[in-house]
Design a protein around this ligand. Structure first.
Ligand SMILES: [Zn+2]
Length: 309
């Protein structure tokens, strides 16, 4: 990295390189499980009568959907995914999310900086985030949080904590829910949520902790987001958590373009696949898909104050 760049430009260049490396790694990481040979009926061809799901965590602002963004949203609708909450993970992505929420029906947005992309905010960065939250259909601060899986450097983990705490404070001032990313940082996450974040509310998205941790979060008032990994053979603790969690605290999400459920693992994820995760979750809980989707959509509308047709 050239040293003659100013700190802001250097941070932006570093951020871009890290994001590219992470995206590449995630794609390889995701391709572990073979897709079965039996014929697959895509979720948008299964009929959607009586089903109204919300994909409560997506990233559909980016280049992955440059060629078929409208079709992607059409497929979601046909699969019974009637609304999408899409999240920014950088300042640039957050700016795109604001535009998307304003221009697409039933698309809502969250703005924030993901732990892997954090940089030392200046007042003007706070101001930009705050201004975005006043825009149409921006319903949350996110995606924010901690990621110690991709970040091993202690100093940078410190910066993650600092920026997480700062964005939690912004959300409190704005009286908005937050959407939290936590990967291999459970201890520090819980500490922060019990201290600085004790008056925040929101969702721990793509939950990867234990039932013990889930219980604690539920007691503190948090919602739990469930994604494609529920369908993986190595889903570990997630099915137990989905089975035991109170119905009024679960949310369905995709985290697309990452984390496709089976049998699409390793391929680009999209909001329509929230239907697959919902089918699995409903089965685990012994509920009909119709009931499960009605309940989780009610939850989504409560925490994110969504209003849609
Ligand atoms: Zn995400």
């Amino acid at each position: 990295m050239a040293d003659n760049l100013d700190p802001g430009a250097r941070a932006a260049a570093e951020q871009k390189a890290r994001k590219a490396a992470r995206d590449a790694a995630r794609k390889t990481e995701a391709s572990g499980e073979p897709v079965g040979k039996k014929e697959i009926v895509p979720p948008w061809e299964r009929g959607a009568e009586g089903i109204a799901l919300v994909d409560t965590h997506a990233h559909i602002d980016g280049e992955d959907y440059a060629d078929d963004r409208e079709e992607t949203l059409e497929r979601a609708k046909k699969a019974g995914v009637v609304a999408v909450v899409t999240f920014g993970d950088t300042m640039e992505a957050s700016a795109r999310v604001v535009k998307m929420a304003a221009s697409y029906e039933n698309v809502f947005g969250g703005v924030g900086v993901h732990p892997e992309n954090v940089f030392p905010f200046k007042k003007e960065d706070d101001d930009r985030l705050v201004a975005w939250t006043k825009e149409k259909k921006i319903v949350a601060v996110g995606e924010i949080g901690l990621d110690y899986y991709w970040e091993k450097d202690e100093e940078k983990r410190g910066l993650q904590r600092k920026m997480f705490i700062r964005q939690l404070a912004l959300a409190r001032e704005l009286d908005l829910p937050v959407c939290i990313h936590d990967r291999e940082a459970h201890g520090d996450l819980m500490t922060i949520l019990k201290t600085e974040g004790r008056k925040n509310r929101g969702v721990i998205h793509c939950f990867s902790g234990s039932w013990e941790m889930a219980k604690e979060l539920l007691k503190l008032g948090w919602y739990i987001g469930v994604d494609g990994p529920l369908t993986y053979k190595n889903a570990a603790k997630l099915p137990e958590i989905v089975a035991k969690a109170p119905a009024d605290r679960l949310l369905v999400e995709t985290d697309c373009p990452y984390l496709s459920p089976l049998p699409y693992r390793g391929k680009r994820n999209e909001p329509a696949y929230a239907r697959i995760t919902a089918e699995h979750a409903a089965e685990i809980r012994g509920e009909s898909l119709e009931d499960f989707s009605a309940q989780t959509t009610k939850n989504a509308c409560e925490i994110y104050k969504l209003q849609f047709n």
